[in-house]
Design a protein around this ligand. Structure first.
Ligand code: ATP
Length: 221
């Protein structure tokens, strides 16, 4: 039996309100660029960082399930949606650590905009003991030290690894960046289009649009 660590598992949290091709390409390209065994999608329940989303957490979860089910490298974790109270990422990572063990390399996937706000997350410094962080480039959000708050810039400089292959050598603690196909798509833009009666086709999967139509979601701004 080999002593090597299992392949790193990507963890991708978000509101996914609704899920779109920017999210899907981020997860798919992260697998290839970072050598991940797969990506576990973790839709947020009532997120601590924003107001009440327009659709229920269960509906956002359903749209993620419909978009990811044909991809054998994706799995979906419904725990945050099913939890009664808001879930912080640090708590989710603690839960996954006890589920998956201390050796499993975990890689939290975040877009550049989400990373820039990391220092406002609950117990953010503890995240590095629980997972690596991989930051994807996103149009309009530079990934550079100068654009980060001081404390976060220091962590970024100290923990940054040039070679993503090294993520598999430890369970947690490093930061990498990766360039994905740049897609200037946001859920905000999609919600606005739909609220104005305009087409959001080709920005998100047809299966999600069909679900949105069926349930008459995002009708108001
Ligand atoms: P909203 O417009 O409602 O803020 P969003 O499109 O940013 O939503 P989220 O669910 O908030 O989507 O994002 C989940 C994660 O996906 C975050 O880490 C975010 O940075 C990343 N992400 C979202 N869209 C893109 C994109 N087009 N390119 C790269 N990363 C993205």
């Amino acid at each position: 039996m080999s002593d090597s660590l299992p392949g790193p598992l990507g963890l991708f949290g978000g509101t996914f309100d609704p899920i779109h091709f920017g999210h899907l390409r981020l997860a798919e390209e992260a697998i290839d660029h970072l050598g991940l065994a797969g990506v576990r999608w973790i839709p947020a329940g009532q997120p601590p960082h924003r107001g009440m989303p327009q659709v229920t957490a269960q509906q956002r979860l359903e749209m993620v399930l419909r978009s990811t089910r044909k991809n054998a490298r994706f799995s979906v974790d419904p725990a945050e949606v099913e939890a009664a109270a808001p879930s912080y990422t640090v708590h989710t990572l603690e839960r996954l650590r006890s589920e998956l063990g201390h050796q499993q390399p975990l890689v939290l996937l975040v877009g550049a905009d989400a990373f820039a706000g990391l220092a406002s997350w609950h117990r953010w410094r503890d995240l590095f003991a629980l997972a690596h962080i991989a930051i994807s480039h996103r149009p309009g959000f530079p990934v550079e030290t100068a654009s980060l708050p001081h404390e976060l810039a220091t962590e970024f400089a100290d923990r940054r690894l040039a070679d993503p292959a090294a993520l598999g050598l430890a369970p947690a603690g490093s930061i990498v960046t990766f360039a994905m196909t740049q897609l200037a798509i946001s859920a905000t833009q999609i919600r606005k289009l739909l609220a104005n009666g305009l087409s959001a086709r080709y920005l998100l999967p047809d299966a999600v649009l069909d679900y949105i139509d069926l349930h008459q979601l995002y009708k108001t701004p």
